[in-house]
Ligand binder design. Structure first.
Ligand SMILES: NC(=O)c1ccc[n+]([C@@H]2O[C@H](COP(=O)([O-])OP(=O)(O)OC[C@H]3O[C@@H](n4cnc5c(N)ncnc54)[C@H](O)[C@@H]3O)[C@@H](O)[C@H]2O)c1
Ligand SMILES: [Zn+2]
Ligand SMILES: [Zn+2]
Length: 377
């Protein structure tokens, strides 16, 4: 089959590789029809992880079941399914409590497994013609008949919508809250969209990419361009000097200033500054325990100059981590089915798999107009 393979920093190519197959009785084999490029893929693409050359990337996958293992009970050949980017077993201590992003079975020695990702287990990604889905009954979210026409909506259930939603859950967004989101990439846009769905009274979205800020405006969020001045001050002005009730971090450790210089602590400290006393912060942007390519020694050890004093003084709280996609994907699917949500608003490009290397280049450069790429293998 054809698949998108990581060769080294900023070097990916579409290669002929051995077909994905059912390897265990609980596996399901999916013919991939949509698979997104994610901001998380860019951390690997830029050589900022220890992902091994030869890895097939792709963790935002949707497709049709073409084969099932002998121990699969519920999923059937022909079902159209969306796969959470996390691989969960369904029976470990964490999966049982709904923390499927921290499965203890699927990636022994580590809490959490995923398709096509550094440190997340041996699993191949879905930027390919076929994908092996472990623990198929648990991991496949079956889709309704309208999934053909709404495929670009449903594929957002694999990662970025549940992840954006998770940021609002970690930040405890309540009806009437004002919310500031840092990062207007796909994840931040979906966090802002989710905050609105949860009844926020005001949603502010910080970035400096004009196309992404335009989308923020389109979904009813107030765009804040941090190239125009301190985002903390702009949030203060918009909230009567008090700060936002809640905040979401949707950038991660590669946060940079508008000139492109990286400051891994930047968004976290901007959040501490712009969320009001006793507020809460949800951090879903990725932070890593080691970063050999980091800008200084602290950063290389995964340490940050975090404003702990101000954080404590304001009585803030913060939740972090990978999104437990399965905790939300079924309910969010039903919002799409009922035409109450349309997350495909952020799709800018639909491309064949062969054009994936070029798409990686554009998305990595945050070229104007490249907000979200859906590949159609
Ligand atoms: N926790 C999870 O389960 C999970 C899942 C998916 C993605 N992620 C992570 O979420 C983050 C965002 O993902 P994405 O797909 O939206 O990525 P992206 O790279 O497309 O978007 C990031 C955005 O942040 C902006 N940005 C950079 N520095 C900033 C700053 N200082 N202030 C404000 N904005 C700034 C960039 O301009 C860009 O638009 C990444 O770290 C990704 O790895 C986490
Ligand atoms: Zn993703
Ligand atoms: Zn598990």
């Amino acid at each position: 089959m054809k698949a998108l393979v990581y060769n080294g920093p900023r070097d990916v190519s579409v290669e002929e590789v051995p077909d994905a197959a059912v390897e265990r009785p609980t596996d399901v084999l999916v013919k991939v029809t949509s698979t997104n490029i994610c901001g998380s893929d860019l951390h690997m693409y830029e050589g900022r992880t220890d992902v091994e050359p030869g890895k097939i990337l792709g963790h935002e996958n949707l497709g049709e079941v073409v084969e099932i293992g002998s121990a699969v009970d519920r999923v059937r050949v022909g079902d159209r399914v969306c796969l959470p980017f996390n691989i969960g077993c369904g029976f470990c201590k964490n999966c049982e409590r709904g923390f499927t992003g921290f499965c203890r079975t699927a990636n022994p020695g580590f809490a959490g497994a995923a398709y096509g990702y550094a440190d997340m287990g041996p699993y191949a990604g879905g930027q390919a013609e076929y994908l092996r889905v472990p623990y198929g009954d648990f991991n496949c979210l079956r889709l309704p008949p309208d999934s053909v026409e709404k495929e670009n909506d449903y594929v957002m259930l694999a990662d970025i919508w549940p992840t954006g939603y998770h940021a609002t859950v970690l930040a405890d967004v309540q009806p009437g809250d004002s919310v500031v989101v840092y990062g207007a990439g796909p994840v931040g846009l979906m966090a802002a969209y989710s905050a609105n769905l949860r009844g926020a009274s005001k949603v502010m979205l910080v970035d400096r990419q004009p196309d992404r800020l335009k989308l923020a405006d389109k979904i009813g969020a107030i765009p804040i361009n941090d190239a125009d001045g301190s985002p903390v001050e702009q949030v203060m002005e918009l909230t009567g000097g008090e700060g936002a009730d809640k905040g979401c971090e949707c950038v991660g450790w590669q946060a940079h200033d508008p000139d492109g210089e990286e400051h891994p602590d930047m968004t976290l400290n901007d959040l501490v500054g712009s969320v009001r006393a006793t507020g809460a912060i949800g951090t879903v942007g990725v932070f890593v325990p080691q970063d050999p390519g980091g800008p200084d020694e602290m950063a290389r050890q995964g340490r940050l100059g975090f404003d702990m004093g101000l954080f404590f003084q304001k009585g803030l709280r913060m939740g972090t981590g990978q999104a437990n996609v399965k905790a939300y994907n079924r309910q969010l699917r039903d919002l799409i089915a009922a035409d109450r949500a349309k997350p495909s608003f952020l799709v800018s490009h639909e491309l064949p798999l062969a054009e994936a290397p070029d798409a990686y280049r554009h998305f990595d450069a945050r070229d104007d107009g490249w907000t979200k790429v859906v590949l159609k293998p």
